[in-house]
Design a protein around this ligand. Structure first.
Ligand SMILES: [Cu+2]
Length: 342
């Protein structure tokens, strides 16, 4: 029996649905830990659950962190890094995107399946890309099991803000706005509780390119996120672009002397701040990407939740270089990566 079941089974009748889920999970492959529990209600029971599970006391999570990562089901962090969705431009010049919310089981670490809520089937959702001043139209369909929205960061009308008009399962909504300001924005579900809808995986990146465009570079998107696998409002695991330790074991290839531009976004729930550090190098820092003038030249940046920034750097010496949040516990629990510079 997976340890999660034995630990939870003594917690009493209020957690009977969890126990039932655990019994069902025993039918699943023995090497996998499936997290398919319902979110906890507020109240004494959830307080009790905050004492449960961390990689320090759960051998399943500890093993998943120690195991080498190669492929993850319904996640493709290496492809995600440089996959930009430009949508389609209509004859009238409107840039249109399609986003569909759906429930999906995604493997966030080897053998760890998470019952995610997704945009277009994966986490993060697609990186949408447009140019400042364009009219953007997003066709949103909710094929999930509960209400969702899309809340875009940016400047737009209140009825396009994706907060007060929940889209019910089976329904659709069109969001339309003028892309502004240029910079690194994000989008996420704002159904309540937003913390749950984001922890479940409903977020993505919106890049609004300036006119004139930034200089050519090897561009990548990196989203820092946490995984609260037992819905106790604390993260057991952390990830870069959804995959726990994926870039630790699958180094991102870079070339010596090539300019690199990293679009960095923090969507980590339940942490007041998450930092990011690259080894053996410094970067130019553009907060929110709204200015073309770098604000700092540094090797560390700290981001509150939903904060983002653009980093520009170049490696001049070949080798393997680590990057990670400098809260080392967060790095050790999955938000670890390497560049391989050749
Ligand atoms: Cu939602």
């Amino acid at each position: 029996m997976p340890k999660i079941c034995s630990r939870r089974s003594f917690l009493g009748a209020s957690l009977l649905p969890l126990v039932t889920t655990c019994l069902a999970a025993q039918q699943l492959e023995s090497q996998e830990q499936h997290f398919v529990t319902k979110p906890l209600e507020t109240g004494p029971a959830s307080m009790e659950m905050t004492m449960q599970m961390s990689p320090d006391d759960d051998p399943v999570l500890a093993k998943a962190l120690a195991q080498s990562v190669s492929q993850l089901r319904n996640l493709a962090p290496m492809e995600f890094l440089r996959r930009f969705d430009y949508g389609k431009v209509t004859s009238s010049g409107v840039r249109e995107f399609d986003l569909t919310a759906s429930d999906a089981q995604i493997e966030v670490a080897p053998g760890i399946l998470f019952a995610a809520w997704t945009y277009n089937g994966t986490v993060p959702g697609p990186t949408l890309r447009c140019t400042e001043g364009e009219t953007v139209r997003v066709h949103f369909t909710n094929r999930g099991s509960t209400d969702h929205t899309i809340h875009f960061h940016g400047v737009h009308a209140s009825n396009m803000d994706g907060v007060y008009e929940p889209v019910k399962p089976g329904e659709s909504k069109i969001y339309e706005f003028t892309a502004a300001p240029a910079g690194l924005q994000l989008y996420h579900c704002h159904s309540m509780p937003a913390s749950l809808h984001m922890n479940r995986g409903l977020y993505g990146v919106l890049i609004i390119d300036p006119i004139p465009a930034r200089p050519a570079a090897n561009e990548m998107v990196m989203v820092i996120n946490g995984w609260d696998t037992n819905f106790d409002r604390r993260n057991e695991l952390y990830a870069l672009n959804g995959g726990v330790n994926f870039y630790r074991d699958n180094a991102i290839p870079l070339r010596v002397n090539e300019p690199v531009r990293l679009y960095l976004v923090n969507v980590t729930e339940y942490e007041p701040v998450v930092s990011f550090h690259i080894h053996a190098n410094f970067f130019k820092l553009y907060r929110t990407g709204t200015s073309k003038q770098a604000e700092e030249y540094t090797d560390m940046v700290s981001l509150g939740q939903a904060e983002r920034c653009i980093l520009e750097f170049t490696y001049k010496i070949a080798g393997r270089y680590m990057f990670h949040p400098h809260q080392n516990l967060i790095a050790e629990r999955g938000a670890m990566g390497n560049f391989k510079v050749t």
